[in-house]
Design a protein around this ligand. Structure first.
Ligand SMILES: [Zn+2]
Length: 146
């Protein structure tokens, strides 16, 4: 399963983007109306469905700022030391450990969005193959039309 192109969350979802947003896309405009599916988690996809964005970098920057605000309560929770955790009862300790893990994962997701906002997305071989396949199919269709 591929990871989200923005936050690296494990995902089974896709988001459709114009071919021109893909790094290395041909700039001659022949395939500008081609829509390409790239992996995106449900949360990133839902958020991006509500706004206009003109590049994957811009989309990632937007997501990073939304997640910082959305999860501010989680990101601002105090860090617990191991010996502090062991002073807690089992139920409470489990709760704190779970929220600490979620905090860590959320920080990672935001860091990934920040990275994509600056460096652009990094696609797996499989995603790159799928993009190349979609492009060659579209080129074939265009060639048949002309
Ligand atoms: Zn995501």
């Amino acid at each position: 399963m591929d990871c989200c192109s923005f936050c690296q969350d494990k995902t089974a979802d896709n988001i459709a983007v114009p071919y021109s947003y893909i790094p290395g896309a041909a700039r001659d405009g022949t395939l500008s109306d081609l829509s390409i599916a790239i992996p995106a988690c449900g949360e990133c996809r839902d958020l991006l469905g509500e706004v206009y964005w003109s590049s994957l970098e811009e989309a990632a920057g937007y997501l990073a700022s939304v997640y910082r605000e959305l999860y501010a309560h989680l990101l601002n929770t105090a860090k617990w030391e191991r010996d502090e955790l062991f002073e807690l009862g089992h139920g409470l300790r489990h709760f704190v450990e779970t929220s600490q893990r979620t905090k860590f994962e959320t920080k990672e997701r935001i860091a990934s969005c920040d990275r994509v906002a600056v460096l652009g997305p990094e696609f797996s071989e499989q995603v790159l193959d799928e993009i190349a396949y979609a492009v060659s199919c579209a080129q074939l269709r265009n060639a048949e039309k002309s």
